[in-house]
Design a protein around this ligand. Structure first.
Ligand code: FE2
Length: 298
């Protein structure tokens, strides 16, 4: 039986900071590290015992997969391989800390969505090689989580819809007759909830002959569209930082037709169909994107 990989929250944070650290040093090396990680973790799903016992702590019920320059410590529980810590090879493992991390292990994190955030990110990386596109998906995720919090909806579900909405982009491009529908098919085959697949299809309602009607659907349409306007605005600031972007400078530029002309103003204005006025929506979006500025490289 094929097992599934999950990261504990602290291991996930360590993994993301490892990627950020490598990227700062050498962007191309970050992509290579991610690819190697994905390959080795996929192999672990089939051969969970293929990692070695931790040499420093052979008595602990953990194993490790070495993906230079990092060490991934893991524990198999049921049909899940829990990555409990991701440490740099030069770091000396510390037993109490490792034992502490297992307390974060739970088995219920993908019960509604049908996929964990970690696996969604791996799936996205498998399909999208363009870093700007991945950044666009991460930005959409951050905004969707912020909107879900505002509406007291399921942040994981909304976040995943944002993260995965352009999954098929490198297959379909802007082909309006299939963009979104191909993503939905891939996701359904992976067992992802139809709630996520449907809303992703409807982010291209125009091309697929569908109609957006729910708050969730309008939220994804406006969230993924505003990312382009905020990035374009940040890039004309001297420091090129999202945290410097002001709401008024985004809304003012929305009125200039030639500025970021590919971004649909009409879709951004769908925020009003969720009940949020434009200014407030832009403010929520800037804040959400600033919080992951490191990952976006802005
Ligand atoms: Fe998009």
């Amino acid at each position: 039986m094929k097992l599934k990989i999950r990261f504990t929250p602290s291991a996930r944070a360590q993994f993301l900071s490892a990627i950020a650290y490598i990227r700062r040093d050498k962007p191309s090396a970050a992509a290579g590290f991610r690819d190697r990680t994905e390959k080795i973790l996929r192999r672990l799903e089939i051969f969970p015992e293929s990692g070695r016992v931790i040499p420093e702590f052979p008595e602990l019920p953990y194993r490790e997969a070495v993906i230079p320059p990092y060490r991934f410590f893991y524990k198999v529980k049921g049909n899940i391989i829990w990555i409990i810590a991701v440490w740099h090879g030069a770091q000396l493992p510390n037993e109490p800390e490792l034992s502490e991390s297992t307390k974060e292990i739970t088995g219920t994190d993908d019960s509604v969505a049908g996929i964990t955030r970690e696996n969604a990110l791996l799936l996205l990386r498998e399909h999208l090689k363009n870093e700007k596109l991945v950044a666009h998906c991460l930005a959409s995720e951050a905004i969707m989580r912020a909107l879900a919090a505002k509406f007291e909806k399921d942040q994981d579900l909304w976040g995943l819809a944002g993260l995965l909405h352009d999954l098929d982009y490198e297959i379909t491009g802007e082909d309006s007759a299939s963009h979104g529908a191909v993503s939905a098919k891939i996701l359904e085959e992976k067992g992802v909830s139809s709630g996520i697949a449907d809303v992703i299809k409807k982010h291209n309602a125009e091309g697929l002959g569908l109609i957006r009607s729910t708050i969730f659907e309008h939220a994804l349409a406006c969230a993924e569209s505003i990312t382009g306007m905020i990035v374009a605005t940040a890039l004309i600031y001297p420091d090129k930082k999202i945290s410097s972007v002001k709401v008024s400078s985004v809304t003012k530029r929305m009125k200039t037709q030639h500025f970021a002309r590919a971004v649909s103003r009409e879709r951004i204005l769908e925020c009003e169909k969720t009940g949020i006025p434009l200014d407030e929506f832009v403010g929520i979006s800037i804040k959400a994107m600033s919080e992951i500025a490191d990952e976006l490289g802005l």
